[in-house]
Every structure is written in C-alpha cells, then in structure tokens.
Design a protein around this ligand. Sequence first.
Ligand code: GTP
Length: 416
Amino acid sequence: IHDDEDIQKEDNIRCLTTRGHFGFECLPCQLVNRSIQQGFTFNILCVGETGIGKSTLIDTLFNTNLKDKKSSHFYSNVGLKIQTYELQESNIQLKLTVVKTVGYGDQINKEASYQPIVDYVDAQFEAYLQEELKIKRSFFEYHDSRIHVCLYFISPTGHSLKSLDLVTMKNIDSKVNIIPLIAKADTISKNDLQKFKSKIMNELISNGVQIYQFPTDDGTTAQVNSSINELLPFAVVGSMEEVKVGKRIVRGRHYPWGVLQVENENHCDFVKLRDMLLCTNMENLKEQTHIQHYECYRRSKLQKMGFTDVGPDNHPVSFQEIYETKRQEFYDQCQKEEEELKWRFMQRVKEKEITFKEAEKELQDKFEQLKMAQQEEIMKLEEERRQLEEEIRDFYKMKATSETLRAQLCTNIKKD
Ligand code: GTP
C-alpha cells in the first residue's frame, strides 16, 4: 500500500506504511462478512408434556414473545407445532424454527408417542438428502429444516424419569442432539434438585441413552464445556415477567416468599443453558447434526438404495460402477419381467384358444344335431306330402268313377 508522503524518504529509500490487514489473514473476515449477509438458521425441537413451560423457555431464551394459544390436554395423538420466526439482534439475522410437541404425555397408551417426532426428524433429513441428490441444487436458497437440538423437558417430580422420557429419548438419540432440561426447576428444592439430577443421569446411562456432550476438544471452550457436562441436566426456569429486585428490574417469578431471578446463576441454570446454546455451541450443534446424525441417516438410506463404497472384494467402487451395476440390474429385472409377462400372455392366449375351440366344437355338434333333426323332419314331411298326394289322386280317381257310375245310373233310369 503506497503513500506518496512515505515514498520519498532520506537516502531515497521507499518506505511503505500498512493500512489494515493484507494477505490471507483476511480470510476469516470474509467468512464473517458472508455469514452476516446470509444470516443464520437454527432449528429447535422442544419435547415435553403439555404445559411444562416449553413456550415460556423459548421466549425467555430469545427475549421474544412468540407464545401462541395454550394446547389442550385432550388430543388423541401426539402432534407437532412448527413455527418459524425471523429474529434480529443488532445486525445479525436469525431464522429460528421452533418445533413443539402437542399433546405429548396426554394419552393413556403412550407406546407410539415418540413416532411423530422420529418421523418429523427423518422427514427433514430426507428433504435435505433429496436436495443434495438433485442435479440442479440450490442450497443457497434452501431452508435447512434439520433439527439442530432437542430440548427435552423433564417433569420436576424430584423422583425419576418416566418411562415415556426414556423410550422417547432412546428412539431419537441417534437422530438429534438431546439436551435434557429439568423444567420448572423453581418447584423443586436445592437438595432434591442435586439428587434428582444425578438420578436422571444414572438412569440415562444405565438405559444407554446418548445425550449431547458439549465438546471438550477445543482449547478455548474445553474447560467450561467439561464443567457444563458435569452440570447436566440443566435445571431451568422460564419467565418473561419483569420483577423489581432492589433497584434493578429483572426477569423472574414472584412468589410470596421471594423472587426467583431467571438470570441469576444461583437460582437456576438458565444462563448457562443460554450461553451454551446460543453463544458457545450453536455452531457445534449444527455441525454435529450434519456430520453425525444426518450422515448416519444418509448412509443407511443410500445403503438401502444399494449404494456402497467398497465391493465384495473390498475394492473401492466408484459411483459410476454402482450406477452401471444398478442400471444393468434394473435392465435385467425389466427383461425378466417382460419375459414373464409374455409367457403369461401366451399361456392365457393358449387357454383362451382351447376354450374357444371347445366352444366351437360344441356349437358344431349342436349344429350337426339340428341339421340332422331338420333333415329327418323334412323327410317326414316329404313322406306325409307323398301320402297326401296319393290320397288326393285316389280321391280324384274315386270321384271320377263315382261320376261315371252316376252318369250311367241316370242314363238307365231315363231308359226305364
Ligand atoms: P403448551 O404449548 O400448551 O403445551 O404449553 P407449554 O409447554 O408451552 O407451557 P407454557 O410455556 O405455556 O407454560 C405453561 C404454564 O407454566 C404457564 O402458566 C407458565 O407461566 C408456567 N411456567 C412456565 N415456565 C415455568 C417455570 O419455569 N416455572 C413455573 N413455576 N411455571 C412456569
């Protein structure tokens, strides 16, 4: 970077003064600028019983008022409510999708309560896979709806997890990053809360449920993340109510015996959850979704479709080879089906031919019988006609004789 004043220096040596960064050290700035321009997306799945505090917590997390009307307890099946919001904080745009369970835990038979959740998560993976497989992909405009995190709301019973919690978490843990939360943690005492937390973790471990582990391989966040992993599940309290504490206005819940401050780390783990979710680990959650959960879905889907990376002899197989093999298989299958169809068609033609021939023969026989009967009838009629003609001839003969006799008789009478 040149500066005219700097060029002419003593001894005629050209001096340059740098103004800002140059070279590839600017690369991160380019990424930051592009990301800010594009905006961010984040998709949260909230699983928990009706009225457990899902909407209030989301409002508290994003400092918004997204609440819609309360859900009923009388749905016959578990459903999902999906809402997308465009949020902005300073110059950062966030497209937030919140998917909430509706009617979760309200049915007598809770056996398949997890199914709509599994189906939804899979459907988002499928949509992404379909976009990936398109010839003309448009990821720039594509709204990635894959779930980045599942906040699982546990009832503050202080006792243990419900079987529904375990079954659901077990069925979704390979598809989504689960962060367990003890909801409405203000309803449980500090001592009970610690016991409850360790009880929950023991139950999750003994049932082989995988929950999201905050990454400890990044130097900058390793320490804080490992201490947070010890703290799980987060005991959270949600509230958008503004309460006066001394001279400060804080968000909290006002009780006859005092105020619970949502953002006070001595009162609950809300701030830790918010920091972990939004400030420190959002990118990691998205990355895990892509490289772990989506990858797993994609792999099993492509394997089901017959794709593979290595052949039977453990040699790498190219996409082209698989495509050719599949095309050949498909061609062979079509040929086989065509031949089968032809053979079945010929069989049916033969069967029909036999049936027609039999019917023709039957008709022919009937025709012959009728013909014979008709001939017999004709002969009989001929015979009758012949007899009648004979009778007529005899009659005429007799008539002629009698007329002759009558004429002779008349002549004799006249003579007498
Ligand atoms: P649905 O969407 O209808 O299933 O409800 P939800 O799970 O979104 O619960 P919501 O946020 O509507 O809260 C239900 C009730 O619980 C409201 O009266 C909230 O004020 C209350 N509530 C929410 N969070 C807390 C909390 O942390 N502690 C306590 N004590 N009450 C809470």
